[in-house]
Write a new protein. Sequence first.
Length: 456
Amino acid sequence: MQALAGSANGEPRKPFYRILYVQVLIGLMLGVVTGHLWPEFGAALKPFGDGFVKLVKMMIAPIVFCTIVCGINSISDSREVGRTLVKSMALFYLLTVLALLAGLVAVSLIQPGAGMHVAVNTLDPSVAAKYTKQVATSGFADFMLHIIPHSFFGAFADGEVLPVLLVSILIAFGLSRAGDDGVMVTKAVTSFSHVLFVAFGFIMKLAPLGAFGAMAFTVGRYGIRSIGSLGLLILTFYIACAFFVVVVLGTLARLNGFSLWKTIRYFKEELLIVLGTSSSEPALPGALRKLEQLGCRKGVSGLVLPMGYSFNLDGSAIYLTLASIFIAQACDIHLSWGQIAAMLGLMLLTSKGAAGVTGSGFVALVATLSVMPDLPVTGVALLIGIDRFMSEARALTSMISNCVAAITISLWENACDRDILARELGEKSVQKLAPDSQIQPVPAHNNWVSVSQSAA
């Protein structure tokens, strides 16, 4: 007998098997079983995961564009955009530094590479050569120029977040000063955003199938047994990521009056999709929608979250220091504190700008070692077999960090309704850090949210 409990608003509650995160979780478990029992068949299911990620990436550029254009036009004071950008970058770099240090401390204490005594001349150089071709920029100036698209529509054709972000900000400011014509275009963009979220709701119905195919490929291709020889390295990385999330992000959330654990639970569907696909990009549209549900004004959260996808990859930052020091330990290379400090400074650059897709952390590692004369770039051959098992943790850590950062910046800018935040997270109250400030109310369920939920 199937009994449906009533929801808080009187509507019948969905059966558990129709809840998206339950379906994704089932897909993940079936993927692990399929890949383990039938490795060749599991590896052949890779197109299911890749196809789902490509479908979502197809929607990211227009959704980010609509979110930012509509959000900035809702801000009466244009100086708020500048403050949001400055505060976001400051917080992103602080979190990146702490993430780099977390990886460094973990690998230095546990020393997963000690005693391996790997001869550098025995490492396969072709592995590094393959990923060196993917390193597109060589410095800060090149990175900044890469943000500027070759054409207006080129930003959408390439599907990279930062060029779309730049175009969106320029168009938003243009519309705010275009008079009646700007109002007409803004209404059209708002209407188009409703259509996009309906279409995105349809695509998300394929998330369990995408998670199943991606996980079956990972286990079938690399095998659970492949983590045995380097299991201590994987364990060290997961410990470092857990420390960063619990201690660093937990402290940041607590200082701003909201619960990290309840926030993670609130974004559980998006995090399970990240776990299954090893990519944080499929979770971006859903996370933008849920930030609005939490009471965050889309003019602020819509800026912070997409920026975080290129400037706040804390999971990759942890991986960079941990993997680099592991290679040094495995190859019996001693690094002085001065060399480590120089390496950390370099990683502040190489950890930025990588897209939140599978393998971007590995590419950033190759980019770092390519300009580090003290460490052999061929050392990445030691990690290629287990990188996929660490990719999930990289993406999850970065996703959690970006969601916490978006809420934090919204609170700093008084652009988040604390009552809505408390209600959505299931808290009795949210501590007000600035009781005298005027917080602009944000509707709990605006048109974007209701439209996207009706599609899902």
